[in-house]
Ligand binder design. Structure first.
Ligand SMILES: [Zn+2]
Length: 444
């Protein structure tokens, strides 16, 4: 996903993992049974089929024509003509497999293969087909097309699952064209309102009133089905995704069993000093905002390392941008993440207090805005167990690593409402959101 996050803060998750199991809504009582059916499959009670590696590889590179760039990557921003083209291909492909297709008010596509049960909601296999502006061929795409391959394998083997299986393309996961990542799974889960999402402007054209809703209508994917976990429930959600980091490759592992998603978010830090002449102002008199910011940046890295977390300062600007003037103002971003929401909050508290101390010691002042924060997510133990058992079957215990996702995914939002887990496969060199993104077909 994109880390180009909205200015709007996410509302805190109102429903925790444990409340999913105890929820009184209709989905919950059906949910665990479906997941256990999956678990039974993983244990060999139900016949196990193999995906056709070449067919999946061909599908990935066939669909890459829509948005292909000369450097081997894909530029397929949400709801553009190339996104429409791959959506039309998806709908046509799954209909040929006997699936019914539903499109909701956010343009999320649900391709459902019926099960023998007439009462169970579908088990979802979902991810996204949109990409970053200079994206690769695998991020999100692998998850959706692997779902289509699962449908093909079930169909050619004549297998009837108990619960229906739904392959899902979640709209605008990347948030690159409409600046809220994972927004459509977020509407489905109740994290965002439909009105908020529909009103998101297209980043390339804010003056003509081009919004997410108008673009959905333009490409013919503005459905009438409510984008809601209540109106359109799932029993569970599984997402195969490239790791987008170097850990699996570095450790020689084949599969990541994803147990949750780390807590993450952004601070915007503004340091105020004084404009002074670089040649005449003695060092002891200076209130240099940039020197002060440099010490803060160094300090936040120490805080992250000590807490076993991550910190990144990716943007910094200073004013007035003159070599002969001591800068009076600096603005920089701080991305902080940690597996534990509580530890991340402690990191923010220490950062805030130390930045104030550093500013004071440098005759400056500092303002800190907490513009986005996302709590840690713990996936469902039954879903994790399904993934673990299946992964060990194909890669052996030594080939499997349990891990926490470092980036956001649609599964963060589905996990608010239904049992969810993810499967990671290695990313060559840890590269993602780039045309060089690559995962070998032997690794899916
Ligand atoms: Zn993705």
């Amino acid at each position: 996903m994109s880390l180009c996050k909205p200015r709007m803060l996410r509302t805190p998750c109102t429903k925790t993992k444990s409340s999913v199991s105890s929820s009184p809504n209709r989905t919950s009582s059906l949910t665990l049974g479906s997941v256990r059916t999956f678990a039974a499959a993983a244990k060999g009670v139900i016949p196990r089929f193999r995906v056709n590696e070449k067919r999946l590889w061909d599908a990935i590179h066939h669909t890459a024509q829509w948005g292909a760039t000369p450097d081997g990557g894909i530029r397929r921003l949400a709801l553009t003509d190339v996104d429409k083209a791959v959506r039309v291909w998806l709908v046509s492909s799954v209909k040929s497999l006997g699936c019914s297709v539903k499109v909701d008010e956010m343009g999320n596509i649900f391709a459902t293969r019926p099960g023998t049960s007439l009462s169970l909601p579908a088990i979802g296999i979902g991810s996204h087909l949109d990409t970053q502006p200079a994206g690769g061929r695998y991020d999100g795409i692998l998850g959706v097309l692997a779902g289509v391959e699962v449908l093909r394998v079930l169909e050619e083997n004549g297998h009837k699952s108990n619960a229906p299986i739904a392959v899902i393309d979640w709209t605008n996961e990347e948030g690159a064209r409409f600046n809220t990542g994972m927004v459509s799974s977020g509407v489905w889960s109740g994290r965002y309102t439909l009105d908020f999402a529909h009103a998101l402007p297209a980043t390339e054209d804010k003056t003509k009133g081009m919004t997410l809703k108008s673009e959905l209508r333009r490409i013919g994917f503005l459905g009438t089905l409510p984008a809601s976990y209540e109106a359109n429930p799932l029993s569970a959600h599984f997402e195969l995704h490239i790791e987008q980091g170097p850990v699996l490759e570095d450790e020689g592992k084949q599969v990541g069993v994803v147990t949750g998603v780390q807590s993450m978010g952004w601070l915007i830090v503004t340091v105020h000093g004084e404009n002074q002449h670089s040649g005449t102002c003695p060092m002891a008199r200076r209130a240099c905002a940039l020197t002060s910011a440099a010490r803060m940046i160094s300090r936040v890295e120490e805080i992250a390392v000590a807490a076993d977390g991550l910190s990144t300062v990716g943007v910094i600007n200073s004013w007035p941008q003159s070599p002969a003037t001591v800068p009076h103002k600096v603005v920089f971003s701080v991305d902080l993440s940690h597996h534990s929401t509580e530890v991340r909050e402690a990191m923010i508290a220490e950062t805030t207090s130390d930045f104030a101390r550093i500013a004071h010691a440098n005759k400056c002042s500092v303002e800190i805005q907490d513009i986005w924060n996302s709590p840690a997510v713990q996936f469902h133990p039954d879903c994790i167990s399904c993934v673990r058992e299946a992964a060990i079957t194909v890669a052996g215990t030594d080939g499997v690593k349990e891990m926490v996702a470092g980036a956001g995914h649609d599964s963060v939002h589905t996990g608010d409402r239904v049992p969810t887990s993810m499967i990671f496969v290695p990313s060559k060199g840890g590269i993602s959101h780039h045309p060089d993104e690559f995962t070998s077909s032997e690794q899916w």
